[in-house]
Design a protein around this ligand. Structure first.
Ligand SMILES: Nc1nc2c(ncn2[C@@H]2O[C@H](COP(=O)(O)OP(=O)(O)OP(=O)(O)O)[C@@H](O)[C@H]2O)c(=O)[nH]1
Ligand SMILES: [Mg+2]
Length: 181
């Protein structure tokens, strides 16, 4: 039996993982993602199938109010990583990389999994703050990571900014971008 290709979303609690999945694929039948103002809302890994194309994996958040079994649950999944094509590590665009993110980054680096950073909630920051954060994250990726895709995505799930580009990237990494002749 073939297992669907997967992409997963990790990040601190409340960074916007579930909201991003909703913004990306809410029109797909069966994708009903729960989001909440309360950090630590997603307690278990949730798998959402996008038809037969691929599966999205919504992770519980780490850091504040993370589930107690977070490390075992997520590390076990990441280590096994059958058919995991890309991991998206979400960072709050208005505050940048935090201490807790460094642990997640280390985990991705240690297990050698290809990952990309996504700056969330871009609607909350003034353009000057956003560009400063972007440059800092860009510099961090360049100087301190090996397995990270070189350019961070910038998104707002509220305003749907940057969503189309990320959707195309996911289609690309899962081999679903149709060739146009
Ligand atoms: N302004 C703004 N708010 C957002 C955006 N994305 C998410 N939020 C808000 O941030 C809060 C947390 O969103 P979730 O998507 O539940 O965050 P999460 O990372 O899944 O959180 P946990 O499951 O608790 O780890 C909610 O109140 C969302 O409405 C965004 O792009 N812009
Ligand atoms: Mg969630």
């Amino acid at each position: 039996m073939s297992v669907s290709l997967q992409v997963c979303f990790i990040g601190r609690s409340n960074v916007g993982k579930s909201s991003l999945i909703k913004a990306l694929f809410a029109l797909v039948p069966g994708i009903e993602v729960r989001v909440s103002k309360t950090p630590g809302h997603t307690k278990k890994m949730n798998f959402f199938k996008v038809g037969k194309a691929f599966t999205l994996v919504d992770m519980p958040g780490y850091g504040y109010r993370a589930p107690e079994d977070f490390t075992e649950m997520v590390e076990a999944y990441i280590q096994e990583r059958r058919n995991l094509k890309r991991t998206f590590l979400l960072v709050d665009g208005s505050i940048g990389i935090q201490e807790a993110d460094l642990i997640a980054i280390e985990m991705c680096e240690e297990f050698g999994i290809p990952y990309a950073m996504v700056m969330t909630k871009m609607d909350r920051s003034r353009p000057a703050v956003l560009i400063t954060q972007y440059m800092q994250i860009h510099e961090f990726i360049k100087s301190r990571t090996q397995g990270c895709f070189p350019q961070p995505f910038i998104v707002s799930s509220l305003h749907f900014s940057g969503i189309h580009l990320l959707r195309c990237f996911i289609a690309h990494v899962t081999g679903n971008l149709q060739k146009v002749s």
